[in-house]
Design a protein around this ligand. Sequence first.
Ligand SMILES: Nc1nc2c(ncn2[C@@H]2O[C@H](COP(=O)(O)OP(=O)(O)O)[C@@H](O)[C@H]2O)c(=O)[nH]1
Ligand SMILES: [Mg+2]
Length: 367
Amino acid sequence: MLYYKNPYFNYVRRRPLALVGPLAVLIMIYLFFFSSSGKKDTAKYSYNKKSSAWFGKNKDSVILRNLPKNHISHYDLNKLTISPDALTKKEEVLILSPMSKFLPEYWENLNKLTYDHSLISLGFIFPRTQEGDQALKELEDSLKRSKAQNKLNFKKITLLRQDSNSLKSQAEKDRHAFKVQKERRSMMALARNSLVFTTISPTTSWVLWLDADIVETPPTLIQDLTAHNKPVLSANVYQRYFDPETNQKSIRPYDFNNWVESEEGLKIASGLADDEIIVEGYAEMATYRPLMAHFYDANGDVNSEMALDGVGGGAVMVKADVHRDGAMFPSFPFYHLIETEGFAKMAKRLGYEVFGLPNYLVYHHNE
Ligand SMILES: Nc1nc2c(ncn2[C@@H]2O[C@H](COP(=O)(O)OP(=O)(O)O)[C@@H](O)[C@H]2O)c(=O)[nH]1
Ligand SMILES: [Mg+2]
């Protein structure tokens, strides 16, 4: 027959193993081109320059690689407890921090929290700016160090790079200027929403919003706040400073976003156009709202509670169900409020009560 005369056919018939080499080369070429281009398509941003990070090759992957195919998970949310005995009941806490700057004091304070670290997951979101690059690098370094010392025992740590915009200048005076508040706070709202919606898990009982510039809290922060069993509970954010008048170290109120609505506030709101907002703590818009920051009593009961209508993001404990029900940080005027203040309003509209602890202090970094 004709094909017996084909010298290649005869060669292969006599030595079939000779096919192995060329086939292996073909398979390698296929894997090289198709598997790597597939990965490139799914990654929104390339972090190639950081390929030496300790996350290894999976760091940009959204999907966990070690789950079997068609993995099915069952979670009965009725069995998830969110109780005042959080630690005894081994309830999981998700600590969320938007981070434009890494402060070692924040990280040290976080590590000193006495709640069981294996029940704590951490989530961070970094702006897509040079400042964000720097903060990410510094946090990664700290994580590496803690890991090397065998001191990193959190359940899970998620680092996110923001895909929405941020303001370029974050200097105190720039970011607190009244006219940039709407833009800045609405960008912060998008960052907070990305953070909570990508990290909350079916086993999360509590979400603790802890700004990355809160440098000092009681080590029992989680136990203390969960013990109140409130849907939303804000600590009072103060700041340590040196008082030149008395020549002594002192403390002063910092966060004015924890407030109770006032007649005047409602009156201002009723006169605003749909897309206008009220931001608390600015003389341009005097609301005369009672501010929790001013209710601190050094001799008062640290556990005394006050009902609030607006909260800040410094240190706020939220029952995960409040977020699961849909409470988020409006990046648009919601009852003329945005971001954390809009979140408090939304939680209330969902039927949850919002509280603060005027005598329970946490401290903001002093720039
Ligand atoms: N992801 C992200 N985090 C930010 C951005 N700007 C500020 N942050 C973080 O968000 C938190 C609150 O912001 P901050 O500027 O401190 O607000 P202030 O305390 O009200 O002045 C802090 O933890 C910041 O590190 C941003 O553009 N993107
Ligand atoms: Mg701050």
